[in-house]
Design a protein around this ligand. Structure first.
Ligand SMILES: Nc1ncnc2c1ncn2[C@@H]1O[C@H](COP(=O)(O)OP(=O)(O)O)[C@@H](O)[C@H]1O
Ligand SMILES: [Mg+2]
Length: 375
């Protein structure tokens, strides 16, 4: 007989803010949650007494943590996917999204290959394994092109725009990434857009609205939405749904895309909850964290209801001027603070959500507040 909901145990690999918010959502559903993190100082440790300080890439630690759980998930795709698959089989505890999907998506090259198999548009790209390959990138793509490490890239770390021969030469002086690179055509986008989609074991899907996301220094600063439906966005969403369904994906997936005004192409996928979906905590009837929990435990899934004509999210990044909140959070705005012990410049310390009668108005509210919000 299937175990009662309230006795089921979820394990979360990783202890950062995504794990923290996933943990809170799973707890509301009634699941018991255990978290494996690097240090008790991490955000998720603040929301569960079952925080285990361990190394998820250590087979013994991982085995001990997973044993007896009903299922596990993760907050970052940059883990040893092969090890996860092996230990998961040994202890008979499934991990969702499946490690095989983590493995494909964590490497920008295999991720792009997968998208291309499904005829999902991406920027033209080439593999760069050696310095000589940079010349091939120049020949095939022209300047500027974007050089990206195959693995471990986030918030712009591992991404470089190469504008000319001089910059290309200079790359040879920098340390070469062990995982190799891909180079892709620079896309002169008008805006960046994003969408989250969830899929459960039964193949039910839930779609979030398309949103616009704005990156400053390659790091997400704000998100606003919902975007007006266009034939291009609807068509791309359909293709993405088919792809997710066909590979048997389970969980929430974050998808970033470029919109040039004429064309849409996918930038990257994240097999997990994602910064561009944080608005859902206050603008939808169910958040991305809720839908991820629903998906991995195979609960019913439906498209979430959008509760407002406009919403926005602003990331609160650490500044060099110390940690002072000059003003209290105004009524009508929702602060989500991660309780990180250490403030570093550019570090994501929290985010704030607002709703309004249009996406632009919601963003304006946050921008006005943000001016006084020195962290
Ligand atoms: N091919 C491209 N053309 C133009 N801008 C790009 C391209 N690739 C990345 N960027 C810019 O750099 C940002 C970060 O790149 P991305 O591939 O999303 O890496 P990360 O994993 O660091 O988020 C993007 O959000 C976009 O603003
Ligand atoms: Mg990105």
């Amino acid at each position: 007989m299937k175990k009662a909901h309230f006795n089921q145990q979820l394990g979360i690999l990783g202890g950062g803010q995504l794990a923290q918010m996933l943990c809170q959502s799973a707890q509301r559903f009634g699941y018991q949650v255990k978290v494996l993190g690097k240090s008790i100082e991490e955000p998720a440790a603040a929301v569960t007494p079952h925080f285990i300080e361990a190394d998820a890439n250590n087979p013994e630690h991982l085995k001990k943590f997973l044993q007896g759980l009903d299922c596990a998930t993760f907050e970052s795709e940059f883990m040893d996917a092969e090890l996860l698959a092996k230990v998961s089989r040994e202890v008979k505890v499934p991990i969702f999204p499946r490690p095989q999907h983590m493995a494909k998506i964590q490497d920008r090259r295999t991720q792009k290959e997968l998208l291309n198999i499904y005829k999902i548009p991406t920027a033209t790209w080439v593999t760069v394994d050696t310095f000589q390959d940079l010349e091939r990138a120049e020949k095939d793509l022209g300047f500027p092109y974007v050089l990206k490490t195959r693995r471990f890239g986030y918030d712009g770390y591992g991404t470089k725009v190469v504008k000319n021969k001089k910059q290309q030469k200079k790359i040879q002086e920098d340390p070469w990434s062990d995982s190799g690179y891909i180079a892709e055509k620079f896309i002169p986008f008008k805006r960046e857009v994003a969408i989250m989609i969830a899929r459960n074991h039964n193949g039910e899907l839930a779609h979030f609205p398309w949103v616009e996301s704005f990156q400053k220094d390659s790091r997400c600063l704000w998100v606003k939405g919902p975007l007006k439906k266009t034939p291009g966005l609807s068509k791309l969403r359909k293709k993405l749904s088919r792809f997710i369904d066909d590979i048997g994906y389970v969980g929430v997936i974050g998808i970033e895309a470029f919109d040039t005004g004429k064309e849409l192409c996918i930038n990257e996928l994240a097999p997990r909850v994602h910064n561009s979906g944080h608005y859902s905590q206050d603008a939808l009837n169910e958040s991305q964290f809720d839908l991820h929990i629903r998906s991995i435990f195979n609960l019913e899934l439906k498209d979430p209801r959008i509760l407002t004509p406009g919403f926005a999210m602003y990331n609160l990044l650490g500044s060099k001027n110390g940690n002072t909140m000059k003003r209290q959070v105004p009524a009508g705005m929702n602060l989500h603070w991660y309780s990180k012990k250490e403030l570093r410049q550019g570090r994501k310390m929290g985010h704030i959500n607002a709703v309004a009668s249009s996406p632009g108005k919601a963003l304006k509210l946050l921008e006005a507040f943000r001016k006084d919000f020195e962290i």
